[in-house]
Design a protein around this ligand. Sequence first.
Ligand code: SF4
Length: 449
Amino acid sequence: MSSFPEAARRELQDKQLRANLRLATDTIRAKRGRVVDEVPDWEELREAGRAIKTATLARLDEHLDRFADAVEAAGGTVHWAADAAEANAAVAGVARRHGVDEVVKMKSLTTDEIHLNDALAAEGIHALETDFAELILQLDGDWPSHILVPAIHRNRREIRDLFARTIAPGLASDDPAALAEASRRYLRARFLAAKVGVSGANFGVAETGQLCVVESEGNGRMCTTLPDVLVTVLGIEKLVPTFADLEVMLQLLPRSSTGERMNPYTSLWAGVTPGDGPQELHVVLLDNGRTNALRDETGRQALHCIRCSACLNVCPVYTRTGGHAYGSVYPGPIGAILTPQLVGIENAASLPFASSLCGACSDVCPVKIPIPELLLHLRAQAPKPAGKHAALTAAGFAFGGARRYRLGQRIARLGRGPLLRLGPLGAWTKTRDLRPAPRRSFRDWWERR
Ligand code: SF4
């Protein structure tokens, strides 16, 4: 994985990407603004969302036990997965037991996080992506760049050309309806033949053992109802304690994500019902770094995230670089605070710096995550490059006494231009303007008068 600055420099060269991003994020942002403005108690709803998440994480162990008991009481099987390998093994085990070489899969960031498709492929099992955007990426060997709109970096013409090369030879139109029809024709037979479906979930309800998915296309509902066997991979932070808590989340999420009053499809299921839907339900509860984040009272607020992507669409960094620069399935501001906690700050040290700290992200966050505060918290933990450490130590020494400060000013005046281009300062000024030290300082001027 390249560091964020290296990857961002590469992505910024792509003018088409920037144009696609701008159009898509401007459109979603405007829609969100309109539907949020029509809710008179939006701020109270945000506060309720924040309070639910804080209370849930404070007693997550109890909620998890309650949820697992409720799933099993309803006829489901719970698998506890400490990491990606255990979660992947649980899903592959179910698929193997049913002797399938293909599973149908709905869009799920959690399964992307654990690289489930690669793990299944290693066992000879193809995970067919059925979300329109995820299918595009799978057909082209590409990967998501936005939480909600994974193929945001692709435009209609590119998609038409890809479909014509792969699933719809001869496709000439790039009309959205024609593109959707091409994918529908390709997917429908596979849905009907599938024995095993794999899903993520937006929420799990601890008191009832229910799982909840919101989506726009209906492919998720097909994945979770048509196959005989369903495996749902759920991050442990996705729980809400009661069914009533869902009411708050289901108002916050669609408005913040797609800019809709409610999602076209909201699916809820619990356990197994004889003769209706999957007759075998497996729920994989995934940790994969979450309990590490939970230990840190400030950092754990990143686990409040309901993956709406509103923070991406307003971020001046994300909207220029796109998601691939973050090198993680969680891009943008939420990725900058979540990924370092999931994979270890030493493995993603540049991400907390991928921000101007303007605060636009926390202004729109439906569960009021103080993202800039978390960015600063993680920056303080990030290993510092040696040059930067030396420069800051020297600055601390110079600023620590009046005589040293004046001496530093004189040296800076002597060095004016060249000093700005040398060593660590040169690296810093490559992408920033630093005004050269003035020929005469205020103190000199004052003393002379
Ligand atoms: S951090 Fe907040 S705004 Fe960003 S994706 Fe998560 S819930 Fe949405």
